[in-house]
Design a protein around this ligand. Structure first.
Ligand SMILES: [Cu+2]
Ligand SMILES: [Zn+2]
Length: 176
């Protein structure tokens, strides 16, 4: 084979690799959408979905949950993506990579997993939409969303005194 042609082909191949590799790396490193499908825990009838969508530097969280008792229910990301225990204690404590105290979603210092409360209407349905500036989508992938039996008081350490766990779902990649 003509040597010049061979060199030209190799250069073209390298150029293609240089262009395509960074693009693949970005797609793998930066998830843009995730979902947790909530399954009942502790014998409840609670179920639902929670989506996490990257929005600039923030994450938009949308929860739609049914089967709740009317009123407020603590709502957090917990540290392990393990919903195997009947009472969902296998999901561990609140996800807290910065080692900060438990607080409400609007606090400056809080657990990354602190999302406040869902509020169910008289039919037991709750819908929550919030934009979270602290949460990183790549950090919460593979963790679990927990819905609690009682309201999170947003101050008791380290749980918000929200009681038992009535639903659990692992946060996984979603189709963007
Ligand atoms: Cu919780
Ligand atoms: Zn917390």
């Amino acid at each position: 084979m003509n040597r010049k042609l061979l060199v030209a082909m190799m250069a073209a191949g390298m150029a293609t690799a240089l262009v395509s590799v960074p693009r693949l790396a970005v797609a793998a490193d930066e998830p843009t959408k995730a979902i947790a499908v909530l399954h009942s825990a502790s014998g409840s009838d609670v179920k639902g979905t929670v989506t996490f969508t990257k929005s600039g530097d923030a994450v938009k969280v949308v929860a739609e949950v049914s089967g709740l008792t009317p009123g407020k229910h603590g709502f957090h990301v917990h540290e392990f993506g393990d919903c195997s225990a009947k009472d969902a204690t296998s999901a561990g404590g609140h996800f807290n990579p910065t080692d900060d105290p438990h607080a409400g979603h609007d606090a400056d210092k809080r657990h990354m997993g602190d999302l406040g409360n869902l509020e169910a209407d008289s039919s037991g349905k709750a819908r929550l939409e919030l934009t979270d500036k602290m949460m990183k989508l790549s950090a919460v992938l593979g963790k679990a969303v927990i819905v609690h039996e009682k309201a999170d008081d947003l101050k008791t350490q380290p749980t918000g005194d929200a009681g038992g766990r009535v639903a659990c779902g692992v946060i996984g990649d979603a189709k963007p």
